[in-house]
Structures are given as structure tokens and as C-alpha cells.
Design a binder for this molecule. Structure first.
Ligand SMILES: NC(=O)c1ccc[n+]([C@@H]2O[C@H](COP(=O)([O-])OP(=O)(O)OC[C@H]3O[C@@H](n4cnc5c(N)ncnc54)[C@H](O)[C@@H]3O)[C@@H](O)[C@H]2O)c1
Length: 381
């Protein structure tokens, strides 16, 4: 099939590569020329900033950002812009699939309602929320079960045919709203459980019980328990953002989403907690040379979106510390380069990439606070 993908970020390029592998001819459209020039997808693929090229596709996939606005409410402006691109450039009936994460009702009320009334072409529509986990070598586009629901049985059948060409397992659900809500619930489940373990880390520390040992012990229960690890907060495009999409629709229908809000509070409070632990261990951080190790939100990837490092650094600065950061995977961040790992008073490890050695961390400062639970014999969560 001829496929057009609107948005060539983490998700769009991953689907593009999978589609090319599945034998399709792919147009990857992005409004950002620097994104297109950085792409290296081999095979029958054309990356472009020319929206008119999507006009030749049979399937159009939307994979644009769905962030929160400054009031932490859903910002669907990129989805709306993608709809406009479709209206202006697609002149024959196609299958439109939304993979961007959003609240239930987005396909029907925000995409179909707009595109259908403007184009009058009778497109087919499906929702198939993306589940890809960047950097995860075990769970890929191929072996991660793919949720989907079409607006009509014909749309569902065509979406199934499309995804079957590169996914091992398709999970059809009854409506697009089920697929959309399932995606939000999956990430809310993670957000709430991470908040719970973060709260537990604070409780066990106050009780002087080793947190990680408790968690390992609890995880030996073979049923009814799932292991989550504490950390300096949550980062990335999904866990800090998606639950607020669910809270938004919940509140619109009169259900206060207290769990989600409380989990946000706990996770957003972790940077201050981590810094307060380090401050109380070393006496005062005023004038101390502190290095934050790992500013990416998770190990072995260069993604700094929503990374807790921002809040940790600002908390350290509030206490008068002289702060540097070291992250050889990210290399350049906020106009600064990663520093050398030597000559510090305090090291706070937020993310431990494989290329950063434990020995180098331990020798760079007399006091190390490890948020990752991977460095033996130092203070930490
Ligand atoms: N990154 C993840 O791990 C992940 C996982 C599952 C789902 N998602 C969801 O997938 C969607 C995309 O996320 P992402 O991580 O790929 O975002 P991203 O920011 O990496 O990429 C989005 C791309 O879309 C482009 N873009 C923005 N508006 C556009 C428009 N109107 N037309 C064409 N291109 C446009 C941007 O330039 C950018 O390159 C979001 O809804 C996100 O929540 C992300």
C-alpha cells in the first residue's frame, strides 16, 4: 500500500520504518525540515516537508504531538493542523488512522467531524494508539500487540490488513473510544504505581528500612504484585502527560480524577525530595559543586522531554549549589555541553546510561546520591 505518515518524530519514524519493512511505499511528512533531514530510513521511503505528496496515499496515519498547554489541559493544535493538511491535500477517499495519544472521542469528534464535513469524500477512519517504547529492544512495533478500532467495519478490516503487514498481533476493540481510553489507562496505571512506589520510598526511608530490599522482597510474590521502582520523577512524552488527558475528560463529565492528580503531585515532588535528602546528608549544599549525572529521562536514550533533571537542577540552585551536568548520551542540552565527570563535592545520579561507569561516578565526588538503585554502596532512593 501507499502510506503517508503525518509527523516524523519518535512515533512517526518508527511506524515509517515498520511500514517499509512490511513492504509498503511510505511518504513521511513533517513540518520541521530539520526532522526530515535527520531521518535515515532505508528502502521505499521519502521524507518530506511538502504536504502535497500525501495526496497519493491510500492510508494516512496521524502521529503528531499531543502535549499539555500551560494550564496542563490537552493541546490538540497539532492534530487539528494534521486534519487541515489532510483536507487540503487528500482528494480521494482513504483510510485515516490516528495514532497520536488523546482522550476518548478524539477520532470521532475532533478528526472525523472536521475532516468529513470539509472534504465530503467519505474517508474511512480508525484509531490505533501507539504503544512504542523508545529504546526498548525487546518490545518493538512487530511484537507489541496493536490495539485498533475502525469507525465502521470496513475501516476496521482495512486497518487490520494494514497493521497485520508488520505487527504479529492485532487486538480489535469495539469502538475507537475503547482504544483511545485503553491507551490512557495503560499510562495512568504506570503513573499511579510509580507515584505509589515514590511515596513508599519516602515512608521506608523515614522508617529507616532499605526501600529496594523491601521492593525485591515484595516482588517475590508470584501473583497479585507488580514491581515498580522509585525515581526522581517521571519524564518523557507519555507518563507525565497522558494521565492529564484522562483527568480532563473525567472532570468534563463530573468525575474528579483525584488519583491522577495526587500521583502527579507525588511524582512532581520527587526532585525536591531527592535534593532534600542529599542536603541533609551533606549538611548544606550552599556553594557545593554538584554534578547531576544523566539528564535524559531514561537510560540509554537521548530524550530529555519532561525530564526530572530540570526540576532537580532548579532545586539545587535554590539551595545555592553550583550545578553542572554529565550525560554523554544527550551531549548537548539547553545550549550547554555535558561536563567532565571529576572534581565535584556531590553527584546526584538521575539516569545511569550503560556508557557511564559506576567507578567514574564514585570517584567524581565524595558523596553520591543514586536515584536509580544501580550503584552499590552509596546513598540513594
Ligand atoms: N514517544 C513515545 O514514546 C510515544 C509512545 C506512544 C505514543 N506516543 C504519542 O505519539 C504522538 C507523537 O509522539 P512523538 O513522540 O512521535 O512526538 P515527537 O515530538 O517526537 O514528534 C512529532 C513530530 O510531529 C511533527 N509535527 C508537529 N505538528 C505537525 C503537523 N501539523 N504536521 C506534520 N508534522 C507535525 C513535529 O515536527 C515532530 O517531528 C503523541 O501523541 C504521543 O503522545 C508517543
Amino acid at each position: 500500500m501507499k502510506i503517508a505518515i503525518i509527523g516524523q518524530g519518535y512515533v512517526g519514524r518508527s511506524i515509517a520504518a515498520a511500514c517499509v519493512g512490511g513492504g509498503h511505499s511510505v511518504i513521511g511528512f513533517d513540518t520541521d525540515a530539520s526532522v526530515i533531514s535527520s531521518l535515515q530510513i532505508k528502502g521505499d521511503y521519502e521524507g518530506t516537508t511538502d504536504a502535497s505528496l500525501i495526496g497519493s496515499a491510500e492510508v494516512v496515519v496521524i502521529a503528531v504531538p499531543t502535549p499539555l498547554d500551560s494550564a496542563r489541559k490537552p493541546d490538540l493544535s497539532a492534530v487539528k493542523a494534521a486534519c487541515k493538511t489532510i483536507i487540503e491535500n487528500v482528494k480521494k477517499p482513504v483510510l485515516v488512522i490516528n495514532e497520536s495519544t488523546s482522550y476518548p472521542g478524539t477520532l470521532r469528534n475532533e478528526i472525523v467531524a472536521v475532516v468529513d464535513s470539509a472534504s465530503g469524500l467519505g474517508h474511512m477512519y480508525a484509531a490505533s494508539p501507539e504503544r512504542v517504547d523508545p529504546g526498548n529492544a525487546k518490545w518493538t512495533q512487530k511484537n507489541t500487540p496493536r490495539l485498533l478500532a475502525g469507525l465502521t467495519p470496513e475501516a476496521t478490516a482495512l486497518a487490520r490488513k494494514f497493521y497485520s503487514s508488520f505487527c504479529d498481533e492485532i487486538v480489535e476493540v469495539s469502538t475507537p473510544e475503547v482504544a483511545e481510553a485503553a491507551k490512557l489507562f495503560e499510562n495512568t496505571f504506570r503513573q499511579v504505581n510509580i507515584a505509589l512506589v515514590n511515596e513508599f520510598a519516602q515512608i521506608s526511608n523515614a522508617l529507616d528500612i532499605p526501600t529496594r530490599e523491601v521492593l525485591e522482597a515484595a516482588a517475590t510474590k508470584p501473583f497479585g504484585f507488580m514491581s515498580f521502582q522509585p525515581g526522581p520523577g517521571v519524564g518523557g512524552h507519555c507518563i507525565p502527560v497522558d494521565p492529564s488527558y484522562l483527568a480532563y475528560v473525567a472532570e468534563n463529565v463530573g468525575v474528579p480524577a483525584e488519583f491522577i492528580k495526587r500521583a502527579n503531585q507525588v511524582n512532581l515532588g520527587m526532585p525536591a525530595y531527592v535534593v532534600s535528602r542529599a542536603a541533609s546528608d551533606v549538611g548544606s549544599l550552599k556553594g557545593k559543586k554538584v554534578v547531576v549525572v544523566g539528564v535524559a529521562y531514561k537510560a540509554n536514550i537521548a530524550d530529555t522531554r519532561e525530564a526530572p533533571a530540570v526540576l532537580v537542577i532548579s532545586e539545587l540552585q535554590k539551595l545555592g549549589a553550583e550545578v553542572s551536568w554529565h550525560d554523554p548520551v544527550v551531549e548537548n542540552w539547553n545550549g550547554q555541553n555535558s561536563c567532565d565527570l571529576q572534581g565535584f563535592d556531590v553527584a546526584i545520579v538521575l539516569t545511569k546510561h550503560d556508557v557511564v561507569s559506576e567507578a567514574d561516578i564514585k570517584s567524581c565526588a565524595p558523596y553520591v546520591f543514586d536515584c536509580t538503585g544501580t550503584i552499590k554502596g552509596v546513598a540513594g532512593l
